[in-house]
Design a protein. Structure first.
Length: 330
């Protein structure tokens, strides 16, 4: 049986004006797949990277990596989900900007009853990202309660989750953001200190806060604009953890720089390396569900757009005019 669905696609890379709403046929799920009807869809910066071509894909491309809804059909071999289940996911391939889709079941998780669809759609990619950053990517000397860490773009979706989760773990998180209001938002969500990188030297301030020692980890999704000074924020043997390029990709650099700054470590991480099997996806999702249901981490949704207003949503995201999470509503 085939059913039609609206799907936001691009037929060429470019700006938000490339986003169009097409009508597509959605069929039955094959082995290892499910069909899900979305109630809410998450918006993420990776969607911008795919739209612009920084992360290249064949055309036409259906966008969106995150969503929540109800399972309509289940393919052969899928045992962890059934028709009628409430579910949420962060998953490849893209395609969540739609009413309904057929997709791999591996990264789709049953959504606890205590978590509504909008929260589920807003939290999966960003929350699972915060989970692997704080729990799975450790500096060589370990990470313990009382340690200082630096988190860039801390007023965004991942950042506000990380601020709260880090506080629950006893970490002393130093946040950066681009305005006084965003800095206050990070503080309200558990950051111990917040630095407006537009009005001050964040590297100098980090050294002041840490008594000249530096931090054990820098979590950086900004990229080019923050890279060099971030290295100066690290203590010896510290970890520079890159997980995004909001300001553009980091230019090539000589590894010898790391020696001169204290034998530093550098890693470039992606969520999809961490959720590359069903068991690990569920373990990480269960950890995320637990901290959300317990109230230790609250998912802040500050922007809601109709699916038909997807261009406005992308414009706001790229202008850094958003805080917390953003969802699209079919």
């Amino acid at each position: 049986m085939s059913t039609s669905s609206r799907a936001v696609r691009i037929h060429a890379n470019g700006g938000p004006d490339q986003l169009v709403i097409d009508t597509v046929d959605v069929g039955e799920p094959g082995p290892g797949q499910v069909r899900i009807r979305h109630h809410a869809i998450g918006l993420n910066f990776i969607d911008v990277y795919q739209r612009t071509g920084l992360y290249p894909f064949p055309m036409p491309l259906s966008l969106g990596m995150e969503g929540a809804g109800v399972i309509e059909a289940v393919g052969e071999g899928v045992t962890h989900l059934k028709v009628g289940d409430r579910a949420a996911y962060a998953s490849n391939p893209p395609g969540s900007y739609s009413d309904a889709r057929v997709m791999p079941a591996m990264n789709v998780c049953k959504l606890p009853d205590a978590i509504d669809f909008e929260t589920g759609a807003a939290m999966m990619l960003k929350g699972l990202t915060a989970q692997y950053l704080l729990k799975r990517c450790k500096p060589v000397e370990g990470l313990e309660a009382g340690d200082f860490v630096l988190f860039h773009a801390a007023a965004g979706g991942v950042g506000l989750i990380a601020c709260q989760w880090a506080k629950a773990l006893g970490l002393r998180l130093i946040a950066t953001a681009g305005s006084a209001e965003k800095c206050q938002l990070a503080l309200d969500h558990g950051a111990e200190h917040a630095i407006n990188y537009r009005t001050g030297d964040f590297a100098a301030r980090v050294k002041e806060i840490t008594g000249g020692q530096g931090v054990k980890v820098v979590y950086d999704s900004v990229g080019k604009d923050t890279w060099d000074k971030s290295l100066d924020c690290l203590r010896p043997f510290g970890l520079m953890l890159s997980f995004g390029n909001a300001s553009g990709p980091v230019p090539p650099f000589a590894p010898g720089i790391l020696a001169g700054k204290g034998s530093l470590y550098v890693t470039r991480q992606t969520l999809f390396s961490h959720i590359n099997n069903r068991e690990r996806t569920q373990q990480m999702a269960d950890d995320l569900f637990d901290v959300v249901v317990s109230g230790k981490v609250k998912i802040r949704i500050d922007q809601r757009f109709a699916l038909t207003d997807v261009r406005k949503a992308h414009e706001s995201l790229e202008a850094r005019a958003t805080t917390g999470c953003t969802v699209l509503l079919p």
